[in-house]
Design a protein around this ligand. Sequence first.
Ligand code: FAD
Length: 307
Amino acid sequence: MNPLRSLILAAARNGTIRRLVATAPVSRDVVRRFVAGETTAEAVAVTRQLVDSGLTVTLDYLGEDTTDAKQAEHTVLAYLELLDQLHADGLSDRAEVSVKLSAVGQMFDEDLALANAKRICAAAEAAGTTVTLDMEDHTTTDSTLRILRELRQTWPWVGAVLQSYLHRTLDDVNALSGSGSRVRLCKGAYKEPETVAFQEAVEVDKSYVRCANALLAGDGYPKFATHDPRLVRIIGERAEAHGRKPGSFEHQMLFGIRPDEQLRLAQLGHTVRVYVPYGGEWYGYLMRRMAERPANTAFFLRALATR
Ligand code: FAD
């Protein structure tokens, strides 16, 4: 892993640095490039704009590192309010939600996380939309897949995320490529040890292509989450080779990253879903985006320096 990425990801977990950055007078514009806002109304307004431009959306209420049931409840209520509002505004056929199980209790009580996830899935069903469970660091993978299996017994449309940097992922892909499954494939955003994850970018990319092929060959609905132009091209070629028409898989990208490419793919007839984070807890999310791309870090530091 490149040293800058390691450093920023370490900073993302460091409490002192977290407090310093989170309280710095960061311009709203800097955060707003990647985060839709802090309130439900702001998140829904951004969703409306994206949908009007031909894109679809998945919304993430930012609330990681939840350490007690009260915080978890706060996150659940935020999702319930969001789902109600998406439904009321006629957006729920174009916008779903992404949930980090750590935000609803996974770190201290897996049963509570499952119960909370069930409430969110029931609300999504009532709103006429779907839920995808985000994937976090490798220590949570088994627990997340266990919760996914439970949820899918009632709501078979619940989606999972698999990360191509993990050695185990092709096996997980094969287990989840059947009919009805909705898998988002990404490279992975956490700092992981070499015992469990590929460290070289080229190995992560090769694994991505192997997993993408397996998903395209299966009967599920794959969701390819990457901004990497080479992978987007390969996905297009492989989808064609597997006889997959636009609409039988989708491209996903993050809010604020390669917006022109998002529109270009949508104009070609592809389903493109934009991952839109919102909420007050933007720090960890923003740090992972900084780690991925030095240009993002420079943009952020410049904005801080010019305050
Ligand atoms: P990278 O390897 O970061 O970049 C490859 C190339 O893409 C770059 O060389 C450049 O050409 C282009 N590129 C990348 N960023 C930019 C930019 N800002 N501007 C212009 N070009 C750029 N990770 C998880 O661990 N768990 C999750 O649940 C999860 N969910 C995700 C959901 C979505 C919709 C997306 C898009 C990502 C998600 N991720 C998740 C993050 C993911 O794992 C990667 O960390 C992140 O997407 C960066 O990898 P990449 O594939 O885009 O390519």
